[in-house]
Design a protein around this ligand. Structure first.
Ligand SMILES: Nc1ncnc2c1ncn2[C@@H]1O[C@H](COP(=O)(O)OP(=O)(O)O)[C@@H](O)[C@H]1O
Ligand SMILES: [Mg+2]
Length: 409
């Protein structure tokens, strides 16, 4: 079929032609926005799931919902070893700029921007060289004595409180979206929870909406035990059969193209309902299909091409980030994950958790000697530890991919 009209969009954060199977989350967020704007007690949402299930695109869609209600919004992607100050300042700057046209008192906005500037500049206080000093693009002078103590927890509470009061003035709210939550530093996580806690108690209309890997709840509760009551965790997972079919058929239908039932069977078999794979197999199959309706024979022809692309772009690019010792660890995991993947799925758990003791045994090593490899892989975002003493791949079908690769020597 005409590749120019190919509607599918495999790729991190790529907006899918049809956001299938997420109606519940979208409806829930409408209620959250409405309640928060009215000062009602409400927990914010935290999306958790493996890579490629659609957390980022869902987060972006939630942001559009907030904007449609005239909320101010900003988005951050957390990175390991990066402090929250600069990205939070930039995001709140953006949010307040969105609200400013609806606000009647420009001085209130300027006053807030002064506090925001002070908060932002605190990150470079103490830096001597001018070159290292970073300037937020804010035209008002920095305020003093608010959000600039240097203690991120105190400063964030003050900053959020002031930002929220701007939103109160205009009768809406502010939503701060944070992707890759698991990459926040411990002090920032703790400060963020404290700030959300404080704001929820006063009914201030500012919420933090997050997304991250399955162990985010564990990361947050290790930092503040009350975090479970602050956030409503929404597990974002593979699509069920109906939604996976819809993700393929709705965009095709708009191009006047149909699928045979057997083609949809074969595509679901290949993708397992994982949104990234749905897009990848859909795209390759479309390109190889000579005409509508698309058949299972077309899927068989297009499948290997999708697999080859995934092997490079989705799996290979991640595997390449691992050192030889880490690769050995990943391969040992993959060998053990063979069974774990099936059982976990059957129990409705996250895909295959493997015991770290078993990995050590398989490699003939002492568990402690493998900690550096394990910790590095967690930091690189290739594996996560949802439960003590276990690890699992953050990427679906990663074990299967590794098992299909020839051993390195
Ligand atoms: N609900 C959905 N329906 C169809 N495709 C989706 C859906 N959610 C995500 N996708 C597709 O899946 C891929 C991965 O999405 P992304 O948001 O980057 O996942 P994550 O952030 O969880 O790693 C993208 O190609 C996107 O178009
Ligand atoms: Mg993402």
């Amino acid at each position: 079929m005409d590749p120019v009209r190919n509607p599918y969009a495999p790729g991190a954060g790529q907006r899918p032609p049809e956001l299938a199977g997420r109606d519940r989350e979208l409806e829930m967020f409408e209620v959250v926005l409405e309640r928060v704007a009215r000062g009602r007690p409400e927990r914010s949402m935290m999306l958790t799931g493996l890579r490629g299930v659609g957390k980022t695109v869902l987060l972006n869609t939630l942001r559009s919902q907030a904007i449609a209600r005239l909320w101010g919004s900003g988005k951050i992607e957390a990175r390991p070893d990066q402090s929250l100050r600069r990205p939070v300042s930039a995001a709140l700057h953006m949010a307040v700029r969105e609200l400013a046209p609806h606000h009647r008192a420009p001085d209130r906005i300027d006053e807030f921007l002064g506090v925001l500037k002070a908060f932002a500049l605190r990150s470079t206080a103490g830096t001597k060289t001018v070159r290292d000093r970073w300037q937020p693009g804010i035209d008002v002078p920095a305020a003093r004595g608010r959000a600039d103590s240097g203690d991120i927890e105190i400063d964030l509470v003050e900053l959020f409180t002031d930002a929220a009061s701007i939103a109160t003035d205009v009768g809406t709210g502010i939503a701060l979206f944070i992707d890759e939550m698991q990459d926040l530093g411990a002090a920032d996580v703790s400060a963020l929870c404290a700030a959300c806690h404080e704001l929820s108690q006063t009914g201030a209309p500012l919420i933090v909406v997050g997304a991250g890997l399955p162990h985010v709840p564990a990361v947050l509760s290790a930092s503040k035990s009350y975090s479970e009551r602050l956030f409503r965790y929404q597990r974002i997972d593979r699509l069920d059969r109906l939604s996976a079919d819809l993700a393929l058929t709705a965009p095709a239908g708009r191009e006047g193209v149909e699928y045979s039932v057997k083609a949809l069977d074969a595509l679901f078999e290949a993708s397992g309902g994982y949104p990234y794979f749905v897009q990848a197999y859909g795209k390759a199959t479309w390109d190889h299909a000579p005409r509508s309706p698309i058949t299972d024979a077309d899927v068989r022809v297009g499948g290997p091409e999708a697999e080859a692309e995934l092997a490079v772009g989705f799996f290979g690019s991640r595997y390449e980030r691992a050192t030889p010792a880490e690769r050995e660890y990943l391969r040992a995991m993959a060998a053990l994950d063979d069974r774990a993947e099936e059982t976990a799925t059957a129990r409705g758990g996250w895909a295959g958790a493997v015991s770290t003791a078993d990995i050590a045994k398989a490699l003939g090593r002492k568990p402690a000697s493998l900690s550096p490899a394990r910790d590095a892989l967690i930091k690189k975002g290739l594996i996560y530890s949802g439960e003590r003493g276990t690890v699992a791949f953050t990427v679906p079908h990663f074990g299967r991919y590794l098992r299909s690769q020839p051993a390195e020597n």
